[in-house]
Each structure stands twice: as structure tokens, then as C-alpha cells.
Design a protein. Sequence first.
Lengths: 160, 758
Amino acid sequence: MKKKIQLTLNGKKTILEAPAHRLLLDLLRDEIGLTGTKEGCGTGDCGACTVFLNGKPVNSCLILSGELDGAELVTIEGLKIGPELHPIQKAFIQDGGAQCGYCTPGMLMMAKALLDENPNPTEEEIRFALSGNLCRCTGYAKIIQAVQDAAKEIRQAARR
Amino acid sequence: MAKAEKFSVVGQRVQRVDGFDKVTGESKYIADIILPGMLLGKILRSPYPHARILRIDTSKAEHLRGVRAVVTAEDTLKRPWGAFFADQYILSVGKARYVGEEVAAVAAVDLDVAEEALALIDVEWEPLPAVFDAEEAMKAGAPLVHDDKKRNIAVTLDIERGNIQRAFAESDIIVEDTFQSAPQWHCSIETIGSVAEYASSGKYTIYMNSQTLFNARYRIAAALGVPETDIRIIQSAVGGGFGGKSCDDNNALVAAILARKAGKPVKVINSREEEFLAGCRPRVFMKIDVKLGFKKDGRIRAKHIRIIADNGAYSAKAPAITGVAAMRHDTCYKYSDVKTQAYLVYTNKIPTGAFRGFGNPSAEWAVEQAIDIGAHELGIDPMEIARINAAESGYVSPHGNRVTSCELKQCLDMTEKMMDWKKKRADKKPNTGLGLACTVHVSGKRHFGDYDGSSATIKINEDGKALILSGEGEIGQGVHTAMCQIAAEELGVRVEDVEISKADTDLTTFCLGAFASRLTYISGNAVKNAASNVKQQLFQQASEMLEANADDLISHGGRIFVKGAEGKFVTVADAARARLFRHNGAPIVGSGSFDADSVLPDKTRFGNESGAYNYGVQAAQVEVDRETGQVKVLQYVIASDCGTVIYPIGAEGQVEGGFAQGIGYALIEGLQFDEGRPVNPNFSDYRIPSMRDLPPLTHAFADSYEPTGPFGAKGLGELNMDPTAAVISNAIFDAVGVRIKTLPITPEKVLKALTEKG
Ligand code: FES
Ligand code: FES
């Protein structure tokens, strides 16, 4: 049984139909064609599928489409600011925060959530906030560096 | 001796060439590939560790609405295949030998239908006695995994170099102990997957997230019984490999036969559970007896190692891995007399295989602890024991490995300094301790036939930009960036003016892929040679335009000029256009190849296995909580000798990432089997290190130059996880006097050992 769902997706009003049991992750990837959000486990354990739902980061592999009517979603495809990369994206490139890049979309969304709440996180706070996002490649050092550099850049931009 | 050179692109902190696509989510990984009319495939897997298939009835599944193909072994040639031994089938023939083995598969319009169809396949099983432990499996009367493998033994090694008996007789002390390593899963966050397409002309096009495309092509062609040219493999973006995506599993083969039968493209992606059960081949786990003889002054006089390695149900790369565990470490220290005995044994479990380190982490887990035991018994600082025995440039191991560059001693000095070793040792605090271990790795390994090479092509576009065509696998490690830097350095252009293609077996020339820490060294040399060929063509053209002798020309920043007369130049673009846009012109395109100066080891496994050897030292300071058994790593340091560092951000990432996997292996990662059935095949039970699990790390690269490497570079990728488990265990011993001999080092084990010690 398909259900009509009204969404704001990356700032655009969108109407689509999907079975209520379809997972948000699959809805995004298979029905809408936004493949930037990744599946790493499907069980809520890795964070690769992180998106913003009504302003909060969630594991999209755990959310059913049936819960989404009227929701506001932001995915990695909506992270750029206009044509410009978000500072956190720039910092990941500059510092080498992505190796294979598969955890990166989820990691970036979670990092944005952290910086939205706490523009000047300590290393400990970063480690705590991003500990649900697994990365098998980097050993996290360069990710932490990138989050710190992005935070600095955002704070400076705010002062400019 | 180390030799520093000045480069303009090599060694600069450039950003990775594929960084933009990765941070925007635009990189196309295997699951992101969608072809018109594509179906989704699902695999029916054996629920038994060992069982005969009496009957398979697929008729109900075939009639389900939305099902387009159902395949079993009847749709294959029933021809076994494998990297070293042909012993596994695409789909079970007659019986299944481990839980998770591929038995049948379905392609359907969506995953719901595919899964429903799997449930409709009726298999009549006859469970057979099974064997789960390698030592048990070697005993007379144990159930046979393969009927023709007596005592389940796949490989036996028994090698003595020098005179081991005399060497032990001449030793002042002898250390003897047994250590057990553990399986470890790669846990790339992206699982294995493929999208296969079949043209009725007979050609298969397979998108794979493989790290070894041409090896995959060879094996897939063999298993399907078609010429290699009938298989085209195109690499998608790869979400991590670590050895797990080197085509030792059946995923792509199942996709291929489904696509052939359905007449439509088919995508098969492993779920996380499938990845644990039957995807990547986990680290070969081993029981290792080590016996070392030392002279009083700390010199190692004799080494005897005996290994029983668990092959699982099929062989994958374990035969080579067992050899590495048995012998590689003898290139780390100066040995004269060594004996190695190893048995690789079939069991009814998931096939084990290649994981970063390839046998080294298991061997070093054992040998580096035995050396530490010796150091403590002799009352010599472990740092000194390592120094006394460390290999040097020019060393030839008892197995014939020839070391052309080695900065192990420099790495020891660096480690000592970074850790403040002497001071920390002098004011040792209760329950804290220091541990150390050394490591060696290859830069490529000659074992897939008598070739350890790579080839590459570079063409210059009309706008002066260079495009490298390479079939070597970028899997996240950053090799594409390193190759662009090497080409830019050789061509004398900016790194921004070099691009690199995707790997595609139809469009790129032959190379072996990402394994054995070989790419920077081997494909780096191939790319450098291709660039030098292209540069000759450019210089020849420029010499006409500049009316100068080609030998007097140099290039820098995309300009070609006579040395010392920078004002008068032609650009690379000018030269490329002038050469092409004329009658009888030609594009500027050149190829290069490199085959390492190594030899295929003989029957006794003697022979220089690699063109270059990379070295490293790691040290930890830990604190052990006597109440809980919890081990806290207070500080960790790593010094690596990888020759010239080409791509610093990438190289640092390799050290940091390898270390994280080493810490996981040492302290966290473990998977329980119950009757051959993994009981925790998911990320909540099989935990890999998160950001909060990693201790502070300080690391640095030795000043080093490998004479046979591209601009002095050699391998690095695996070095960083090889010794970590031993380092932690040695530090625990130093802290509280107990030695943990099985992995992972859990608080329970530490607590138990402390209680036993009293
Ligand atoms: S895919 Fe959703 S948490 Fe792993
Ligand atoms: S960069 Fe590969 S998983 Fe994080």
C-alpha cells in the first residue's frame, strides 16, 4: 500500500508516494535517487546513513516512510551553501578527513549537527558527538582536525 | 643512508584528487550504480556448516511474480576456482562446507520479491559431521572438509635454513611459548557488491568495488569458462578494501550468472550480515609456537616457529598468508639459523584470507612477544634488544629477501625520542608500562605467477593537461593522488594539471591491483616510466619549436625551456597541439611498465619476494586497572620507514588508519562462533573502534630513500597495523607482569591473568 508523503527535501517541497514500511534510507536512495546517503549496516550501528530530520540528525536506516508526512529533510546533497561547499566539506578536503569517503556523508551531517549546537567544541566533545559514526579508514585523527578547522572557520566567518 | 631530495610536487601537502566528489556525496559507489532495467539479486546461503544437498527445488520461486531468474549450480560449469587452489564453487556443488556458503540465487524486480523467492526455494539437506578447530581437524578420523585433502591439510611448510639444532645449542637462554591470534573482519563501511550485465554476443560487463580488477577478471573468466577478453570489469568508487575486496568471494560471479540467465543487468550487494558470513575473507587465525635462542648480549641466535593456521572451508589467499606468517618477520632482524613449520588446515568455517598485514600481524603478535620475553629474562631494555638485532640496508634474510633500504634503527631512535622512553622507563609508575615492537613489510609481492608489475599510459590533452590511464585500484588509500603527483613531478607540470582515469579492464593496461602495499612503489614506478616516455615526446616536439637540443630542455610548471633560459619557452599544451594538429602528426601518449626486481620463490620458498621492504617501530605506554582489567593506552607512537613520502596527507592517513585497525585487533574485535556459525555478525556485537576508542597517537616518517622506488618511495599501507597487538601486550606485561597470549586482549583476560598471578 503506497502512501502519499509531503516533504521539504533540501529546501524544496516534494510530494511522493511510498509504502509506509519503506525505510527513509531506501526512500532517498531508490525512490528519490539521492544516493549520497550511504548504507553501512542497516541496523543503526554505523551512522553512514545520517540525515537531518526536522533539524535533528537521525539514522535514516531506522526511520519508516510512514512517519515522514510533513517532515523537513536535509541530506548530504543539501549541505552545500548555494554553489559553495560548506566549511565542514572544505575542511574535510583540506585536512584529508575522507579516505574511501563512504562514511563521509554521514560524518559530515553529524559534524554539522555538532557545530550547529556547539560552535567551539573541544576534542573530547567531538569524539563524543561523532562516536556513533564509524570510519574504518582514517583512524579519525584527520576527521577531528577537520571538524576543529571548520569550527574555527565558521566562527571567523561569523565575526566577519 | 637516507638521501633527501628536493621535489616540487612529490612530498607536498596536496589535497586528494577525488576529495570533492567524496564530500558532496557524488562519488558513485557500487550500490549507487543503476542501469536501465536492472534487477536486484539475493543469495540463498547454507544454514549448515557441513551438509549434503540431496535436492533443490526452485520451481515455486521461479513462478513468483517479479522473479526473473533463479540459479543453482546447474547454471554453472561446476568448475572450482580460487586464487591459489581451485577449491570453491560459484554455487554449492553437492554439498556446502560452511554457514553462509552460496547455494542458489534469485534476481527479481525488487528486494522484497527476491527475498520472498529465496524463502520458496526448497532444499533438502543431509547434515554431515563437521570440524571447527584446525588442530582437531588435523587429527586422524576428523571429518574431512574436502574428501581429497588428507587430515584436512591444505598446505605444509617445513623449512630449515642454517643449522637450527646447533644454533639452539649455542644459545645462552631459550624462550618458548605459544600464542593465538584471532580472526578479524575488514568491516569496510561499504560491503562487497557487483552489478553485472551480459550481452548475448557473450560479453560480461561487471561493475565491481574490487581492489584487484585484473585478478578478478582472471578468476571470473576461469570460473565462467570464458576468455578474459569476454569479461570487462569497471571499478566503481570503493568504500574501503583492506584486502577484503580482492575477489576471493562469489558475489560478482553470482551477479554474472543471474544477469546471463535473466538477460537483464543484476545488482547484488551484501548485507552487513552477509559480509560477516561469506563476504570478505577474514584474517587467517593461527596458533603459533615460538622458540627463540638468545646470546647473553641480546643477539637472537636461533628461531623456530610452528604454525597451525585455520583455512576455513576454502583456500582464498591463506596459502600465501601462511607462508608470510612463517617467514616474513625474518627480514626484520638479522637471523642466521631459522626453522619454520606451518600447516594450513581446512575447517567448516568461513574461508579466511587477505586482511591488511597478510600474516604479519599474527606472526608479529607471537614473535615480538617472544622477543620481549627474552629481553626481560636477559634484563636488557627491549629497545636495546631491537637495536642489537635490527636489519640494515644490505641485509639478506635467510629466505633470500634482499633489503635495499632499511631505516629500522632510525625508527628505533625516533620512537625512543617520541615516547621519551628512557625517562619513562627510569621513573616507572605502578601499573603503567611500556611496550615496543618492530615490523617489516613488503612493497609488492611476487606470487601471482612470475610477475610483480604494473603498467600505465599517459596522454596529453590538447589543453596541455595529462590524463593517466591506470587499472590499479583506488580504494580510499589515496593512490590516485600519489600517482598524479609522481606523473606531475616527472612531467614538470602542476599536480592540478594531471587527472587519472577509473580502472577499467577494457580501457586500462594490465596491472595486479591493490595488495601487498605495492601501489606507490610498483604502480608509482610504472606511472613514472610512462611520464618519462611522454616527456621525451614533448621535449622532441619542443626542441623543434625552440630550435634547441632536446637534451638541454627541462620542464617546470607546464613550461618547457632550455635550462637557464626560462624566458623562452613553449607550454606543454603548445607542444601537444603542434605535434597532433598537422599532417602525419601524432597524439602525445606514452606507456610505461615496471616489474620489481624480485624473484618467484622456489619450492622451498626461497627467493627475494619483493623489490623493497618497508620498516616500522611502534611503542605504547599503558595503564592497567587491577580492579577491572581495563587497559588504558596513555600514549602511542609510531615511526615508519616508507622511503620518500610522496603524498603526506595520504601517508599520515595510512598510519593513523592502520593503527586504528591494530588497536581494534589488539583490544576490541572478536567474533564468537557456535558450531561454525558466527553468533554476532553485526556492528553492535562485532565492534570496531569508534572515535572514543582511540588513544592519542604521535607519529613520524624516517628520513629514507629507496633506490629502486619512484623518487625514493616504497610501501606503507600495511606496516601500521602489523605489530600493534604485540606492542600492547608487551606494555601490559611491563605494567603488571602478566602476559596475554590470545586475542583480543579483553579486560576479562587481563583480570583472570592477574588473579592467577596473585
Ligand atoms: S546504515 Fe544506518 S546506521 Fe548504519
Ligand atoms: S573514509 Fe572510509 S570509512 Fe571513513
